[in-house]
Design a protein around this ligand. Sequence first.
Ligand SMILES: O=C(O)c1cccc(C(=O)CC[C@H]2O[C@@H](n3cnc4c(=O)[nH]cnc43)[C@H](O)[C@@H]2O)c1
Length: 238
Amino acid sequence: MRVLVVTAVPAERDAVTRAFGDGSGGGPGTRAHQVPGAELHRAGPFDVLAGGAGPAAAAAATAFGLASGPYGLVVSAGIGGGFAPTAPVGSLVVASGIVAADLGAETPGGFVPVTGLGFGRDRFTPPPARVRDVAAATGALAAEILTVSTVTGTADRAAALLAAHPGAAAEAMEGFGVAEAADRVGTPALEIRAVSNAVGPRDRDAWRIGDALAALTEAFGKLVPVLEGWTHHDRNDS
Ligand SMILES: O=C(O)c1cccc(C(=O)CC[C@H]2O[C@@H](n3cnc4c(=O)[nH]cnc43)[C@H](O)[C@@H]2O)c1
């Protein structure tokens, strides 16, 4: 089974491919090729692309990437903010739910998600057995990951998000876009985040991007045998 991995920026893409080579696209374990709308870096069972930041860029890039398939799975991957104390900096979170936390309308009575407005959807549920396997192999916490278009920058906003989504452990900006594109073609989607910073008051100097990227590399290295198990299982099922 080939897997499409969508990150926001090249540093995250290279953290994934580094699990197999030098991450440059030209190293021993990786090679890059252009497909319409995207540059795919092939590393082991993964085709990895840096699709841009935010849900719209992520959805567009995922759609282009999927068109170069077939893929059995799509993974939104990268660094993210962790809700303290559940997801400390350096830890990993795999999404049990991929939730669009700010897709809706602000009303006098508070935020109403798109589903409350009578259209669209505001969450995708990744296959629970896959989520359990990823958590077991990597040590990631399985919990909801919120997709936001605006990075949280205050304690009040962090508290409001947690009050609305008590099962959330992390936030990032792409997961829902990736999942939306994957859903259109019936491909399951996962989201894996390495926590680079705490969700809350903005303090860019406190972001531990290097540590989070290293955790991402380690996690993808551990995913290879998991993936082989899934492929074997699927073959025996069919
Ligand atoms: O500056 C760098 O070297 C660098 C290296 C890797 C990644 C970045 C990014 O800025 C990635 C942006 C990406 O990160 C996610 N993210 C991280 N923390 C949060 C957060 O607290 N809230 C929301 N998103 C977060 C997000 O998915 C961005 O697209 C820089």
